[in-house]
Write a protein that binds this ligand. Sequence first.
Ligand code: GLU
Length: 358
Amino acid sequence: MDSAHLPGHGRFAPSPTSALHLGNLRTALVAWLLARRSGRGFVVRVEDLDQVRVAAAGDIADQQLRDLEALGLDWDGPVVRQSARLEIYAEMARRLPSYPCFCTRREIAAASRAPDGNPRSGEGDWLPYPGTCRGLSRSRRAELAGRRPPALRLAAPVHHWTVHDLARGTQSGRVDDVVLRRNDGTWAYNLAVVVDDGLQGVDQVVRARDLWPSAPRQAMIADLLGLPAPGYAHTGLVTGPGGKRLAKARGAAGMAELAAGGLSAARVRAVLCRSLGLPEVDRLTDLLAGDPGIDAALRPPRGAAADSAEPGPLEAGPLAGPRGWWSDVALDAPAEGTSGQPAGSTQEAGSANRMSTT
Ligand code: GLU
């Protein structure tokens, strides 16, 4: 059989900058399920390029892997760590059209805002780089290099790129001269993620929907490197008590804290399965049997946008309609033996889906 037609790999790629919270674990479970149920391999990659943030979090990569195992996930081959692949990123960056950029964050923000103070991109807070350093003369570059080390930017050949998401359909998003290497020498996430997905044979990228706006930039870089663009599947966000999004920055509880609060790994598994409309199984491998009900729960609705031949503009907001891995969900996870909200009791029109975990 022609191996080019075999399915590739799915993946989960956590940054070891904080413990995996319920939202991360839910995304990992979806990534594993979509990969394994489609006959793909599944790889785990530790995205530890930002050594300052990784060190500040206290070397938690191994704990993250143990948490994935405790949930019941397995993966193929050794775990890849980005910090061990710096030469590969350097080699791949050399293949891309690029230029040194001396701008500070403040200069970019000032140049990217319209006179009314709003970002010119029209895509939330994201400020596309306005190209200030792209046309600098050789002598000006030499002069500026004496003042501060430059970042390295891609010289993007286009302004938009079209990408496909399993739930969102085909959408076209703005792309810019994305940073390839930061001015402290750190290889940028947008380069590393594309290189690794390409070299690891990842053809299905499952991650939370806050990263959907970066998909066009990443697919463009893949194309410039001659790597196939993966298909995407962006999961909904999980909110906690009070409807606040679970976020690393807000110290959302990881497995250890959940366990300390009485929420065992088995309970977390049940909570996540229920939030995905899946049966609460003892072993996750029970979800890999050919049960058509599971396929139905994992299949996103095919709306007009998803079926349209013309790509629409990139929409990063929550998806309305039937619930599934693509929808936002509120998980107020009480411990065993405590009383939580009855199922569905607090769901409000227009709010994230709320599911009791009792
Ligand atoms: N490492 C990223 C994170 O933990 C995810 C990158 C990706 O899935 O593309 O937020």
